[in-house]
Design a protein around this ligand. Structure first.
Ligand code: ATP
Length: 359
C-alpha cells in the first residue's frame, strides 16, 4: 500500500530525513516512533505531499506520488490520503456534521449520499447522535473523534496520524488508543501513525520503525523491538534496560557467552558479530530474585540496595559485584534492603548487543 525508498528531506543545508526505506502492507498499523526532532513528522508530511523531498520515491497503492528520478510530484489533494493532526483542526463555527462533510464538498455528491456517508462515519467513531451539535460543545475526546470521522469519511487508501492523542488527558488517551486501533481494523484502512510515546507504539502497532537523527534505526514488530532489540538505542527507548559492559563474546555450541563484571554470562539469542558485542542487556522484569539462590546458568549473588513497593510490583536495585541491576518482580515474596539474594538472568532473556555508534 505504501513504499518509501531512499527518502531524503533537507531544510536548507540541514538533513532532516536520510535514506529512509520502508514498506507498509494493506491493513497494517505502522508507527514511526522516535525522540523529538528525529524526523517522524517530516516523513509523514512528505507522504502527504506537504513537504517536497530532496530525493527518493514514495509509492501509494502502486502509483508513484513522488519520484525524484522521474520528476514526479503528485499534489496532496490527488494522493488518496487523509490526515489527522495533533491539534484536530476542528472548525468551531460549524456543527459536527459540517465539520465531517467538509472533505466531501468538492465531490459533487447528492445531499442524501453525503448525509449517509457522514452519518456512517459518525457511527463508526461513536458520535452518531451528535451530528447537529456545534463543535464548540464537544469535549477534547469528542473533538478528536470528529477529526477521525472527517478523515475516514473520505475513504482514502492511507490514514496518516500525527500524534493524534497527545492533547488528551492520560485516561482518555489510553481509552482512545484501543478505540483508534479497533476503528482502523473495522474500516480496514492502512494507518501510518507518528508518536514519541513508546507505550502507545507498543500497544497499537503491527510494526514500528524507530527513528533517530533522520534515520530508521530499527524496524520490526513491537515484540521483536522490545524483546530482541538489535541495538542499545532501541533497548533503551522502548523500556527500562539493564546494560552491563561485556567483552570476549563467542559462540559456545548453541549459545553465546561473554565476559562481564559477573564472570561469564550465557545468552541463547543469536548475535550477528559476537566479537563486536559490547553490552549485555536484560530487562528488569526478566531478572529473577530468590532468598535461597538458584542453580544453573547466569545464577549470581547480590545485595539488595533499595526496594520500591508499587502495589503489584516491587522494584529492587541489587548490587552484584559493584554493578547495579534493576529487577521488577511481583510482590508475592518480599525481600529486605541489605539482604543477600540469589539473582538469575535467564539465558533466553539475556541479549548481547553490539557497540552503539553514539557511545
Ligand atoms: P517532534 O516529535 O518534536 O514533532 P519529529 O521527529 O516529528 O519531532 P520533525 O518535525 O520531522 O521531527 O523535524 C526533524 C528535524 O527537522 C528537526 O531537527 C526540525 O527542527 C527540523 N525541521 C522540521 N521542519 C522544519 C522546517 N520547516 N524548517 C527547518 N527545519 C525544520
Amino acid at each position: 500500500m505504501l513504499t518509501v525508498d531512499d527518502l531524503r528531506v533537507a531544510y536548507g543545508g540541514y538533513s532532516a530525513v536520510r535514506d529512509v526505506n520502508f514498506h507498509v502492507e494493506q491493513g497494517e498499523f505502522f508507527t514511526l516512533l522516535g525522540p523529538s526532532g528525529c524526523g517522524k513528522t517530516t516523513t509523514l508530511r512528505t507522504i502527504a505531499g506537504l513537504e517536497t523531498p530532496t530525493g527518493g520515491v514514495i509509492r501509494i497503492d502502486g502509483d508513484d506520488v513522488f519520484n525524484s528520478g522521474r520528476q514526479i510530484v503528485v499534489p496532496t489533494h490527488r494522493r488518496n490520503i487523509s490526515m489527522v493532526f495533533q491539534s484536530y483542526a476542528i472548525w468551531p463555527h460549524m456543527t459536527v456534521f459540517e465539520n465531517v462533510s467538509f472533505p466531501l464538498e468538492t465531490r459533487g455528491l447528492k445531499r442524501a449520499e453525503t448525509r449517509s456517508k457522514v452519518q456512517s462515519a459518525l457511527e463508526v467513531v461513536g458520535l452518531g447522535k451528535f451530528a447537529d451539535r456545534p463543535a464548540t460543545q464537544l469535549s477534547g475526546g469528542q473533538q478528536q473523534r470528529v477529526a477521525l470521522a472527517r478523515a475516514i469519511v473520505k475513504e482514502s487508501k492511507l490514514l496518516l496520524l500525527d500524534e493524534p492523542l497527545s492533547n488528551l488527558d492520560a485516561k482518555l488517551r489510553e481509552q482512545m488508543r484501543f478505540e483508534l486501533r479497533d476503528l482502523q481494523g473495522r474500516i480496514d484502512t492502512t494507518a501510518i501513525y507518528v508518536t514519541h510515546d513508546q507505550e502507545e507504539a507498543l500497544t497499537m502497532s503491527d510494526r514500528i520503525a524507530l527513528m533517530r537523527n533522520g534515520e530508521i534505526i530499527e524496524l520490526g514488530t513491537p515484540k521483536e523491538l522490545y524483546l530482541t532489540p538489535k541495538n542499545v538505542f532501541t533497548a533503551r527507548f522502548l523500556g527500562q534496560a539493564n546494560l552491563v559492559r561485556c567483552h570476549a563474546c563467542e559462540r559456545n555450541g548453541d549459545s553465546y557467552r561473554a565476559m562481564t563484571a559477573f564472570g561469564f554470562i550465557i545468552s541463547v539469542n543469536p548475535i550477528e558479530e559476537p566479537a563486536q558485542a559490547r553490552w549485555m542487556m536484560v530487562r528488569p522484569e526478566h531478572v529473577e530474585i530468590a532468598s535461597d539462590g538458584f542453580e544453573g546458568s547466569n545464577c549470581l549473588t547480590g545485595t539488595i540496595r533499595s526496594a520500591t513497593f508499587t502495589g503489584r510490583f516491587v522494584e529492587y536495585v541489587v548490587d552484584i559485584a559493584g554493578q547495579e541491576i534493576r529487577a521488577v518482580v511481583l510482590t508475592a515474596t518480599l525481600h529486605e534492603v541489605g539482604q543477600e539474594v540469589g539473582v538469575r538472568m535467564p539465558p533466553e532473556r539475556v541479549l548481547f548487543l553490539e557497540m552503539d555508534e553514539d557511545e
